[in-house]
Design a protein around this ligand. Structure first.
Ligand SMILES: Cc1cc2nc3c(=O)[nH]c(=O)nc-3n(C[C@H](O)[C@H](O)[C@H](O)COP(=O)(O)OP(=O)(O)OC[C@H]3O[C@@H](n4cnc5c(N)ncnc54)[C@H](O)[C@@H]3O)c2cc1C
Length: 395
């Protein structure tokens, strides 16, 4: 039985990945302490607020009505000149305070002890146990555990203190600016809008996620550009001829800047008694981070049960995670690297070639991301064989 200051597992970071890891590990019988520097679970900033049913499904969890604030019919992928591909795939916007509170509740019900207002400031690695020191309202406190899970986001201190290079390409973190807006008059209140093209948002995307009642979160995500994300955000909202009229009467309620590890690729995630999960390990995206957290928490609890927290044992998390998701990240990473090279005129031509194609059907027929991409590429080529010249961007 663990005493007050000593646990089987400490999870640092109560975002989507950490909540899942803590829940799974405590459900499987481990004593778990979950620390977060935020004063309360679900407190902002928490940028990730939209996902799609097809993606959320990978978590194996059922969607809870209480945190869904708006239903989406799908998404539009929009080229710089306004050609658009419509993908009908249901999605939803979530209230993160309610979402985080819901999953914190099930973690607590399974036995996880949660401490908010507790910022990890040091990690000492030991032979049998590791020690996490946290700054709390009443001063510093130290906690010991056989396994420490770093779920502390893209600037993971746990990975740093443990000497793990948890992202292969940390320089590829996308800079993002996201605003919560009201008074947004989009023509497509049931569709997420995904605008691509170097002039719009080099390296990734500018997005509009409608949330009902004229609310939306609007964002620009950029990579490998000297200009700040805020410039692209302002240009998108106030100058982009395809969308600026949506925002004529809009007001910004809240705005935040952050980093998204979409193209960083997970690196070294495990060493003896240490596991890194979610954004901290380049496992970008809300449901993807949650699934990684589920696998991580499960493997951690089984390692405690077997009294073996060696790297070899904990590596089961990495191999299970790789089997589920690695190829998606690899395909996504390559696609973003290719997209970087494509001038806007060619993005227009590609999107135009797919405008009236049943992309939704093609996506649902294929199982892997790679096959989905291949299927769509072959549809585009059938419509416009001249697109074959774009193969040059793949090399
Ligand atoms: C602007 C923006 C918008 C995004 N939108 C979406 C979206 O709509 N859908 C989607 O799927 N993905 C989105 N993402 C990506 C998504 O945010 C991440 O993939 C996801 O949040 C990662 O979850 P996580 O639990 O790993 O980390 P985080 O959500 O970053 O949580 C980390 C937690 O650790 C805590 N923490 C950090 N350091 C310490 C410390 N030293 N001590 C204690 N606690 C600590 C933090 O307070 C935080 O609660 C977006 C990213 C950005 C930047």
């Amino acid at each position: 039985m663990a005493d007050q200051m000593s646990y089987d597992i400490i999870v640092v970071g109560a975002g989507p990945a950490g909540l899942m890891a803590a829940w799974k590990a405590s459900k499987a019988g481990s004593s778990v302490l979950l620390l977060d520097k935020k004063e309360r679970i679900g407190a902002g900033p928490h940028p990730a607020d939209t996902t799609f049913e097809g993606m959320f499904k990978i978590t194996g969890l059922s969607l809870q009505k209480e945190y869904v604030i708006h239903r989406l019919r799908g998404m539009h992928i929009v080229s710089p000149s306004g050609f658009r591909i419509v993908i009908n795939s249901p999605g939803f916007a979530i209230d993160r305070a309610v979402f985080d509170g819901y999953y914190a509740g099930i973690a607590q019900d399974s036995g996880t002890e949660i401490k908010t207002g507790s910022r990890a400031i040091d990690l000492k690695l030991g032979d049998e146990t590791h020690e996490v020191t946290a700054r709390e309202n009443n001063g510093k406190r130290s906690y010991k555990a056989k396994i420490v899970i770093g779920a502390d986001g893209i600037e993971s201190s746990i990975a740093h203190w443990a000497g793990l290079k948890s992202m292969r390409h940390p320089e590829e973190v996308a800079s993002a600016v996201q605003a919560e807006m009201i008074g947004v008059e989009t023509e497509y209140p049931e569709y997420f809008q995904y605008h691509i093209g170097r002039s719009v948002a080099p390296g990734w995307k500018a997005t509009i996620s409608p949330k009902g009642d004229s609310k939306a979160s609007v964002a620009a995500f950029v990579r490998n550009t000297p200009r700040p994300a805020m410039e692209y955000f302002n240009q998108f909202v106030y100058k982009n001829r395809l969308v600026s009229h949506f925002f004529e009467k809009a007001k910004i309620l809240d705005i935040l800047e952050g980093g998204d590890p979409i193209a960083t690729m997970p690196g070294d995630l495990v060493k003896k008694g240490i596991m890194i999960v979610g954004g901290a390990g380049g496992q970008a995206g809300l449901p993807y981070g949650m699934l990684a957290g589920i696998i991580c928490g499960d493997v951690a609890a089984k390692a405690i049960e077997a009294d073996d927290v060696s790297k070899k044992r904990l590596d089961r998390y990495v191999s299970m995670w790789r089997k589920e998701l690695f190829s998606e990240y690899k395909t996504g990473y390559r696609a973003l690297k290719v997209m970087e090279k494509i001038p806007d005129e060619d993005v227009d031509k590609m999107v135009k070639a797919l405008q009236d194609v049943d992309v939704t059907g093609e996506l649902s027929r294929r199982s892997t991301t790679f096959m989905k991409g291949l299927g769509i590429a072959s549809l585009a080529l059938r419509r416009d064989p001249k697109l074959l010249r774009f193969v040059k961007y793949l090399v």
